[in-house]
Design a protein around this ligand. Structure first.
Ligand code: URA
Length: 224
């Protein structure tokens, strides 16, 4: 990856993030404290996609920084990836909330909110061109693989995602944190298997049918 290519991608992501900051396509765009565009390496091999920002993320404008984020970092570290090595995004960039009369509470993003936000996620995929997309939880996986996707039955398997990008899903770290008793270890074992499948794919040689960047012309180098 050339320095120029990296900085072009970073610039495109920064521009897109500024657009998301101004986005008011959904009501939650006006309720949120901060949009959470996503963050990480513009040239990451792995794009991690969660469901949507929670309270802490909304307050700070950064994805996965609460307890679920800490577990995500440990999950990534288990396969040799630092948080900075990947790009972390969500299916929606604003915190979906409802008012319970006392305070704003988290809720799942609605289909309309996910559809409104989808172009931003597609653009992130187009800019970053990851080698794999890791979906955390069923909503993220369903957004790529359709409503019939079953996280319990189909996690850990590879699917063709946007532009043929390989997609794999595992359990959401927030879900793991809610488990109790023997379910915790059993689920962590499944997640570990999914993460190993991701590591194996990353370690496989990259098959690239198209050269990444045009080879610059070097007039005269092989001339007479
Ligand atoms: N859960 C998510 O799905 N995304 C975040 O950014 C934080 C928690």
């Amino acid at each position: 990856m050339s320095v120029a290519e990296r900085s072009a991608r970073e610039q495109r992501l920064a521009n897109a993030s500024a657009l998301v900051d101004r986005c008011r396509k959904c009501e939650i765009g006006s309720i949120r404290t901060n949009a959470v565009y996503g963050e990480g390496d513009a040239c990451a091999a792995v794009l991690v996609v969660g469901e949507g920002p929670g309270e802490t993320e909304d307050a700070q404008g950064r994805p996965f920084i609460g307890r679920a984020g800490q577990l995500l970092e440990r999950m990534l570290a288990a396969i040799g990836l630092a948080r900075e090595d990947v790009f972390i995004a969500n299916t929606v960039k604003c915190r979906p909330t409802f008012d319970d009369g006392v305070r704003l509470r988290n809720r799942a993003p609605s289909p309309d909110e996910m559809a409104n936000c989808r172009p931003y996620l597609d653009e992130q995929i187009e800019i970053i061109r990851p080698r794999a997309i890791l979906c955390l939880g069923a909503p993220a996986a369903k957004s790529f693989l359709g409503p019939k996707f079953s996280i319990s039955k189909q996690r850990g398997q590879w699917f063709d995602g946007p532009n043929g990008t390989p997609v794999i899903a595992t359990f959401h770290p927030a879900y793991i944190l809610r488990l109790t008793g023997g379910e915790v270890e059993a689920t962590k074992r499944l997640v570990w298997a999914d993460l190993k499948a991701l590591r194996t794919r990353l370690d496989a040689p990259e098959v690239s049918p198209v050269a990444e960047e045009p080879v610059p012309e070097q007039p005269g180098l092989f001339g007479s």
